[in-house]
Design a protein. Sequence first.
Length: 231
Amino acid sequence: MTYQISRGGQTYGPYTLEELQRYTASGNISPTDMARSEGMSDWVPVSQILGVSSSSVFAPPAVAGAPAGYIQAASDGPAPPNLSWGLVLLFAFLTCGLFSIIWDFVQASWVKRVNPRSKAFNYLVAYIVVYVVYIFLSFGNGLIRGIAMSHSGRVEPASTALGIIVLPLAVAMFVLIIMYRFAMRDAIEQHFRAIGLRLGGGMTFFFGGLYFQYHFDRINQMRQAASYQGL
């Protein structure tokens, strides 16, 4: 079944019910717009078709007007990590990136709970192990190089060997963090497929956990709306 939308004397559509839900959730269609299917003689508010209040008095602004089915779907399972993405960014800056690693573990642990088959947590652990080894060897390489240069004025073979090892570790770190981020993206999209959540590849690649947290913030707002509305 498809629906046409009437707004300001103009008619739009037809749209399937799924499209109607998606456009209402994104704000392109208002719950107060009038809609009619082929089998209906009268126009009725979109809110009546979707079963969502047109006022949404208690819903946070970011999710006001979201269809009840979307809000209910977002409320399924354990709540995602609940911390504003802006605070995540601030704390990461203040701790020189350490907090972002900690928060990655928080997010990956949540994904492991909702999707035990996801390998995201394993990739993150592997990345941290390689990262620690990389830092240790890099520090050792710099220390050996500094001592050798101060005493003999030349680079010791041990320093050269460590330098050769460090480069593959850097490549491995890059590969693992990318595998982690895209495994997270797949697991998050799968868990929230009922609300049609799609995460961009470019944003996932460059921003990772910060980008995930932005969407978790919106989903947590939906869960809050569900509790207010008694869903």
